[in-house]
Design a protein around this ligand. Sequence first.
Ligand code: ATP
Ligand code: AH0
Length: 347
Amino acid sequence: MILRALGLMSGTSLDGLDICFAQFEKQDHWSFQILKAETIPYPKIWKDRLRNSIHLSSEELLELNTDYGFYLGQAVQRFIESNQLKNIDVIASHGHTVFHQPQRKFTLQIGDGRAIKIETGLPVIYDFRTQDVLMGGNGAPLVPIGDELLFSQYDACLNLGGFSNISLKSNNKRIAFDIVPVNIILNQLVQKFGKDYDENGELAKEGKINDQLLSHLSSLHFYRLPHPKSLGIEWCNENIFPSFQNIEDLDLLATFTEHIAQQISQVINDNQLKNILFTGGGTHNTYLIEKIKAKTKGEIVIPEKVIIDYKEALIFAFMGILRCNNEINVLSSATGSFKNHSSGIIA
Ligand SMILES: Nc1ncnc2c1ncn2[C@@H]1O[C@H](COP(=O)(O)OP(=O)(O)OP(=O)(O)O)[C@@H](O)[C@H]1O
Ligand SMILES: CC(=O)N[C@H]1[C@@H]2OC[C@@H](O2)[C@@H](O)[C@@H]1O[C@H](C)C(=O)O
């Protein structure tokens, strides 16, 4: 049986809405094919509205939830029409994360799925994280189910986004954890040069590594903690940015790029990973990738661009398909909930 789904993903960097249209087939195991994928850049108004969402009153937030749902619905309807897509079984929408406090048992991804259904007339699955949080889990990471069922040929899958995270098999269980902040720091450092990101690590290449800062960064407690563990901007504000005083910007870039490469290669080497799939925007940073390759014995697999840029949206599309079949789409070994489950509200 062949099933086709549209996955919608709004990443932490607010560059735009990732849409991935893919088909999935289950024989003895699941396989996929990406048919069309696109990032729709957010207009300034939407970037501002989403960035400001944490400061809204309850009423304003409810209004944003509705407005953003219709925005998503219209964006995906335009995508369907302009690409003349047919035979779509389901739309799976991650939404935009506003709050995420699993310890207090709530997480909020806005963008009402019912509005997407009204705009498109298609079945929609949304709100993938809440059920896991209610079941004692962290509501994240969810992507490991896709790593397990669609990318099992790799020892591990590593994402280089705002933060770097990895999922891998350990004692027959898929575990996942954050490794080190990546673009959330690099992007901030290059702002002084009037850039959004350090293209191919060109600026980092020009700087000199500051050994004292490098050894301070390596000594941070987080890196010695066992999994599961995750990082957030609050951790960077407390532990990373204050150590950047009185050091040249180019040297900071060089040192932090080296730090990222060291932490990632240590995880690869410690877990004796033989082949690791790299995805997420940071995979385009050739200088960073060269550094990681130089420090590891494992094979760093760089897939085609569409997988680098759309793997998360692809996996959300896949989670939608699993949900339609009432199959498990969240792994408790990755999120910490009390059992595997099939999550997402069906609009
Ligand atoms: N050629 C390049 N050189 C260096 N960095 C790049 C390049 N292309 C993209 N990037 C980095 O990738 C980032 C976008 O990555 P991605 O879309 O995976 O982030 P995200 O979706 O916000 O992350 P997350 O998975 O944390 O939500 C850019 O902000 C930039 O830092
Ligand atoms: C709450 C939330 O939106 N978390 C995101 C975020 O962006 C990256 C990281 O933090 C990851 O844990 C998660 O998304 C990915 C897609 C996941 O759940 O696997």
